[in-house]
Design a binder for this molecule. Structure first.
Ligand code: RP5
Length: 162
């Protein structure tokens, strides 16, 4: 089991196609990360070990993605005080509505920071994790501000027409 400042976990190897979007902003902003598989249902003891060790192992933000009966983010949040940024992975039959509703309807007192379904949600999870770390990391904050400015500057007003 590996840990980094941002530790990304997902319910299955099959989630990686979606969850790999999370590493794009982290790499662009120079944030250390690691990614692995923790399943709420198939590896419940790994989930408890991961969530209870994460803080002492140096993790500051957890990104957790899962699909279907997506209990991973909420169960991790139940076992740690660290912020958990959640990604509902699109499922085959219900297109991720099951994942979203499983993740977002947390009971009062245990919070997760739920993103959009799918790749944009995974990307934004990486961005949100960087924003959280930037609150106490001035150099990262400067890179984040420059990153956002570049994005803004890249949106042209005029439409490209023939
Ligand atoms: C969930 O079941 C995983 O997060 C994944 O989105 C979904 C399907 O997993 P596999 O059957 O592809 O391993 O637990």
């Amino acid at each position: 089991m590996k840990f980094a400042k941002v530790t990304i976990v997902m319910g299955s190897q099959s989630d990686w196609a979606t969850m790999q979007e999370a590493i794009k902003p982290l790499e662009a902003l120079g944030v250390e990360y690691v990614a692995g598989v923790v399943s709420a249902h198939r590896t419940p003891q790994r989930l408890v070990e991961f969530a209870t060790r994460a803080h002492e192992e140096g993790t500051e933000v957890i990104i957790a993605g899962a699909g279907g009966a997506a209990h991973l983010p909420g169960m991790i949040a139940a076992e740690t005080h660290l912020p958990v940024v959640a990604v509902p992975v699109a499922s085959r039959h219900l297109k991720g509505m099951d994942s979203l509703l499983s993740i977002v309807q947390m009971p009062r007192g245990v919070a997760v920071c739920t993103q959009a379904i799918g790749e944009a949600g995974a990307y934004n999870a990486g961005l949100m994790a960087a924003q959280m770390l930037a609150m106490k990391d001035e150099a990262l904050r400067e890179r984040l501000i420059a990153f956002r400015k570049k994005q803004t500057d890249g949106v042209a007003f005029e439409l490209v027409t023939d």
